[in-house]
Design a protein around this ligand. Structure first.
Ligand code: HMG
Ligand code: MG
Length: 299
């Protein structure tokens, strides 16, 4: 398989990253982060989520964040919505694209969204219907594609079944989430092979948390398998509130460095991205989770 000429980076730091940062962040700081990321050239930013504030308090201000960001032409600002209530709240603040999220493991589905996998898929149907009426694209996520914090091994065919449901209900792209970051390149390739029996590879995205330090290797393996969309978090922010011990997504700076080295275009400016990542790390009082940023800034 030849490598793609261009990759789309889906920046999930303001959502996946910040949803699990211990220190609460002001709405102003969140807005600044999103604007900085757009200024660095990212064309797809997941800004927040419209979920229960009792479940994920860090995302409580998402409506205010959407109201405050400067929406640039050519940039998609999306939101995570678990049910119709979340979709309607997102619509009310002018969100133009949403994502629904299911899991490949029953135990994770219960802990994350308090229902079974099939109940979660049923909940998405009215979202899909409402989104169609408003001409809004919907992205789909599958969690625990390479392992579950509660069930351990997850069979690729189980992932493929859930991904297929999301795709056939109208998700234009399905992002495969290694929620706990235990996947390795061989398992990643086998997973993509299994899912690609039902969904074209060009409609799949890779979403790798970096808990075991395998994310970049998994991205390279995914590139070889024909994927060209990857989710990442600036400065490696975050984790998952329902996956104990999971670290953040792979750092966007590190993915960009990998892709730059392969001559793959993303439209993102590494230096500006590093500045955005360091700024938010300073505000949060945490170490920068990007190896590339840490190396560049220590010079
Ligand atoms: P539930 O308790 O079963 O729902 O939660 P409910 O319908 O019984 O409602 C309970 C309360 O929540 C009610 O309020 C509702 O009004 C309220 P109360 O009467 O108790 O005051 N509620 C809402 N409030 C705001 N926005 C809403 C909403 N819906 C209900 N949309 C629910 C079910 C899905 C709401 C809950 O479990 C939830 O919000 N879960 C969110 C979990 C989450 O955000 N997880 C992190 C994102 S997923 C992830 O990180 C993985 C990913 O990155 C990929 C990967 O890495 O694998 C995507
Ligand atoms: Mg995630």
């Amino acid at each position: 398989m030849t490598l793609p000429q261009r990759v789309r980076l889906v920046e999930v730091g303001p959502r996946d990253g910040l949803q699990n940062e211990a220190r609460p962040l002001s709405v102003e700081d969140k807005i600044r982060l999103v604007d900085d990321l757009a200024d660095a050239g990212l064309s797809f930013i997941e800004v927040g989520s419209f979920v229960s504030p009792k479940w994920v308090p860090q995302m409580a201000g998402s409506a205010d964040v959407f109201a405050g960001i400067q929406r640039k032409d050519g940039v998609t600002y999306s939101a995570l919505t678990p049910n119709l209530r979340g979709f309607e709240d997102a619509l009310a603040v002018g969100v133009k694209e949403v994502a629904v999220f299911a899991a490949a493991s029953e135990a994770f589905s219960q802990r994350n969204i308090n229902c079974s996998i099939s109940e979660s898929l049923d909940r998405f149907l009215p979202i899909m219907e409402a989104a169609r009426l408003h001409g809004m694209p919907v992205r789909g996520y599958v969690s625990c594609v390479l392992g579950c914090p509660y069930e351990g091994h997850v069979a690729p065919k189980q992932v493929a079944a859930v991904a297929r449901e999301l795709f056939s209900m109208g998700c234009y792209e399905v992002s495969l989430g290694d929620t706990i970051g235990t996947g390795t390149p061989g398992a990643t390739r086998a997973l993509i092979d299994a899912v690609a029996a039902f969904i074209p590879r060009g409609k799949l995205a890779g979403h790798f948390h970096d808990t075991y330090g395998q994310a970049l290797a998994n991205i390279y393996a995914s590139l070889l398998e024909g994927l060209h969309v990857f989710d990442s978090s600036v400065a490696g922010l975050g984790g998952c509130p329902y996956a104990k011990g999971a670290t953040g997504n792979v750092a966007t700076e590190d993915v960009l460095y990998l892709l730059n080295g392969l001559g793959i275009d993303t439209g993102v400016d590494l230096e500006r991205l590093i500045r955005a990542g360091q700024r938010i790390s300073d505000v949060l009082g945490r170490a920068n989770g990007s190896r590339v940023a840490t190396a560049r800034l220590s010079g």
